[in-house]
Design a protein around this ligand. Structure first.
Ligand code: G3H
Ligand code: 13P
Ligand code: ZN
Length: 318
């Protein structure tokens, strides 16, 4: 299955346009129908491009074949909504060559090979192997240098390892990647900082951007953990305390530099859970899943629209 037959685009043109116009393309993770519908509806309404992201957890939960078929269906749904902006299907944190190859072969238009835990030379070798394969099919490749703290699939990484700006030119040149994920203090999950005064390392971002002018950089772990959603979850029987994300003004600042893709997963989970908890507590007699899943979908649509228009500034681009 080729990605173009599914109505998908690779990320090359998308990221180039984002870089030149100084906005970020959203990389939104999805695991089910409602998340996918919400992403497409929000991006169609805001005229934003989007990168649909599939993690290892999503592959285990749904399966790569069904996920790529869902993304193919999503491009038709987007078309019905009159969406003109491109849609990519991206493997998030691909762990080895074989998984990247399987995804490329099953219709993904973009893959991330995450060799960030490897020594530099081994990361380069693995990433280059994926790039060489992907290029034959016009599929884009994202690499990573530096490691993010937090929960990423089954791994819980205790400490950030910031990207070393001295490595970036060598990595990008030797591998031929289309974009580079960097570590400047963001982290995966809903517990990113001890306090909101913790700052991203903009000094490192500046050094990287100075070495790679015009090259698309990617920020993982960029959920903002909206406090109204945390409060709603806790109010309706949940127990998540101390959840803190990246303040929106810091993301806006990163987007004004070379950050052209921003990954968000946790915020969608929070919106989903907050809406379901509220709905079920307020309607104890409800048992049609379309009621509470519909409420979750509406909450996620609002979340994605807000991000596209106010934070990533990816709205009204197509
Ligand atoms: O990379 C980060 C993802 O948010 C991990 O998601 O729990 O679906 O594997 P997952
Ligand atoms: P968050 O956990 O901050 O949403 O990050 C998601 C991510 O980076 C997916 O690759
Ligand atoms: Zn990530």
């Amino acid at each position: 299955m080729k990605f173009k037959d599914l109505g998908l685009s690779n990320t090359a043109e998308m990221l180039k346009k984002a870089e030149s116009e100084k906005y970020a393309v959203p990389g939104y993770n999805f695991n089910n129908l409602e998340q996918l519908q919400a992403i497409i509806k929000a991006c169609a309404d805001t005229r934003s491009p989007v990168i649909l992201q599939v993690s290892r957890g999503a592959r285990n939960y749904v399966g790569a074949t069904l996920l790529s078929a869902m993304a193919g269906g999503a491009t038709k749904y987007a078309n019905d909504l009159g969406m003109k902006a491109p849609i990519a299907l991206h493997l998030d944190h691909g762990e080895n060559f074989l998984i990247c190859k399987e995804c490329i072969d099953s219709g993904f238009s973009s893959v991330m090979i995450d060799g960030s835990a490897l020594p530099l030379e081994e990361n380069i070798k693995l990433t280059k192997q994926v790039v060489d394969y992907a290029k034959k099919f016009d599929v884009s490749v994202e690499g990573e240098l530096g490691a993010l703290k937090g929960i990423e699939d089954d791994l819980n990484i205790a400490k950030s390892v910031y990207t070393n700006p001295d490595d970036v030119i060598k990595f990008v040149t030797a591998t031929g990647v289309d974009s580079l994920a960097i570590s400047i203090g963001t982290s995966h999950g809903a517990y990113k900082f001890k306090s909101e005064s913790d700052m991203l390392r903009f000094d490192i971002l500046d050094e990287i951007a100075a070495r790679l002018p015009g090259f698309p950089l990617v920020l993982h772990g960029a959920s903002s953990v909206p406090q109204n959603l945390v409060e709603q979850i806790n109010k309706f029987g949940g127990k998540i305390s101390g959840a803190i994300g990246i303040p929106e003004d810091q993301l806006i600042k990163a987007v004004e530099k070379n950050v052209c893709k921003i990954n968000v997963d946790s915020d969608s989970r929070l919106a989903f859970t907050a809406a379901v908890r509220k709905f079920l507590i307020e309607s104890p007699d409800a048992f049609d899943p379309r009621g509470y899943l519909g409420a979750a979908r509406d909450e996620m649509i609002e979340l994605y629209k807000h991000k596209n228009t106010k934070v990533l500034k990816s709205s009204n681009r197509y």
